[in-house]
Design a protein around this ligand. Sequence first.
Ligand code: 5RP
Length: 224
Amino acid sequence: MNTEYRKKIAAEKATEEVRNGMVVGLGTGSTVYYALLKLGAMVRNGLNIVGIPTSDGTEKIAAEQNIPLSTLAVHPTIELTIDGADEVDAHLNLIKGGGAALVREKIIANASKRILIVVDESKVSHVLGTSFALPVEIVRFGWEATQREVNKVCEKSDLRGGIEDPLITDNGNYILDCHFDGIPEPKKVELQLNNIPGVVENGIFVDRADKVIIGTPSGIKYME
Ligand code: 5RP
């Protein structure tokens, strides 16, 4: 069973919690992609839902699948969100933002009553920050000064895409990928980073996920 299959079974399992009439937060990434395909098939079979996408990319895929879309202005409360993660610890804390959608993902998470995280088993980690660099979205103005402050919190950081061709997020910002020798106190680091002028948001999600659905070689496992 390859990684894609593990992502697929986790994502499709999450769609089993989607009910008629729900407002559903639609995450971003290659794992959630399979949930979007499945939701599209369910909509074609008569499921009535409204999706709120976490990125322009997800909005496009969901539209192609004819999933009806809305906004937080019209639907301020989301019943269920299905999203991916880059690293997950045993307390269901997450690193997100590998797909550069962390700001909208955190806004959607904050508006969600229930959050399902879909991953393959390679994302499970003992301590956050040991297998994935933490994405931090920063505004472009004065970004070098912001990076200097961010580097006081982490070991070092890289401008995603590099100086010649930096990645621009859906919100028009840069991403710093921040390397840590582990993040044993994720809430503290989340707040420290967000307190730096120029930082828009970072990819630490603490106490947000209700259930992590993990695709493994032997099938689905759960953390909740
Ligand atoms: C995007 C995210 C994604 O959910 C995360 O990067 C996981 O993506 P994938 O399923 O492709 O590994 O946080 O900002």
